[in-house]
Design a protein around this ligand. Structure first.
Ligand code: BTN
Length: 261
């Protein structure tokens, strides 16, 4: 039986980072960590400040969707002040940090679905939300929001049972959320600090995508597009090749994968 107490002291004790997670603001329950992170960032919180909660009552997902984070979840937001040129890499490094942490703490193989869903065996285990405030080509702040399904059973949430999974479901046992968070903070800082040499982060993210080479359907705004996911660019956009031979560059959207016969 894993002890699964979330506390800032356990998270920060001897944490091997310079700035990410050196300040943790923890609440057992919040509406959304994004709201508090935004408030803190606007008040000039130190770079790397992390807002963590074990349960959200109004979690925010991409494309204005709700994100379910019941008790047993990891929900956190990291405040950063990156250079403008680093913004496109935040989704890449965050999804890689999650994949590395799941592999190292839970010994499970994880994949990334463009742009930043983390999957285990095709089911979503983690969602990532990036929010930034850019003024006159300067980043006022950026927030990486990460939600991981950890110690709850999807059978209690029939609305997402067919598309999502949790670490506890995959392993048949609970996992230490503190261990995952600590690893995630270390990995995030390592990858963020590597951004001046951004190429390796882009390349590893690209190589880890389950999306490339697959037949996909993409919902982008009101449009529903189909084709082969051909490549991704360094700005994070996806190039979709249609049956007609033409292509579309997609900056934001929701991908459904079709298996080849
Ligand atoms: C998605 O896949 O739609 C993104 C989900 C992002 C959820 C995380 S949980 C921590 C942070 N706080 C929120 O309200 N949302 C993000």
């Amino acid at each position: 039986m894993v002890r699964d107490t979330l506390s800032p002291a356990l998270i920060t004790r001897n944490l091997k980072t310079r700035f990410i997670g050196q300040k943790v603001i923890y609440y057992p329950r919040l509406a959304s960590t994004m709201d508090l992170a935004r408030q803190e960032a606007r008040q000039g919180a130190a770079e790397g400040t992390v807002i963590i909660t074990g349960e959200q009552t109004a979690g925010k997902g991409r494309l204005k969707r709700l994100w379910l984070s019941p008790r047993g979840s990891i929900a956190l937001s990291i405040i950063l002040y990156p250079d403008m040129s680093y913004l496109p890499y935040l989704v890449m490094l965050a999804s890689l940090a999650v994949v590395h942490s799941i592999e190292s703490v839970a010994a499970l193989k994880a994949q990334i679905k463009w742009p930043n869903d983390v999957l285990i065996d095709g089911k979503k285990i983690c969602g990532i939300l990036i929010e930034s405030d850019v003024r006159a080509n300067m980043v006022a702040y950026a927030i990486i929001g990460i939600g991981i399904n950890v110690n709850f059973r999807l059978s209690d949430f029939p609305e997402i049972l067919s598309t999502a999974t949790s670490l506890a479901d995959e392993l048949g046992a609970d996992v230490s959320r503190v261990d995952i968070i600590r690893c995630l903070l270390v990995e995030t800082e390592r990858l963020y600090s590597a951004l001046p040499h951004g190429e390796p982060v882009y390349r590893e993210w690209r190589d880890r995508l389950v999306t490339l080479g697959r037949k996909v359907q993409v919902k982008s705004g009101e449009a529903m597009l189909e084709g082969i996911a051909e490549s991704v660019a360094r700005d994070g956009s996806l190039l979709l090749r249609h049956a007609s031979g033409s292509s579309t560059k997609i900056v934001a959207g929701d991908v459904s994968l079709f298996d080849f016969e």
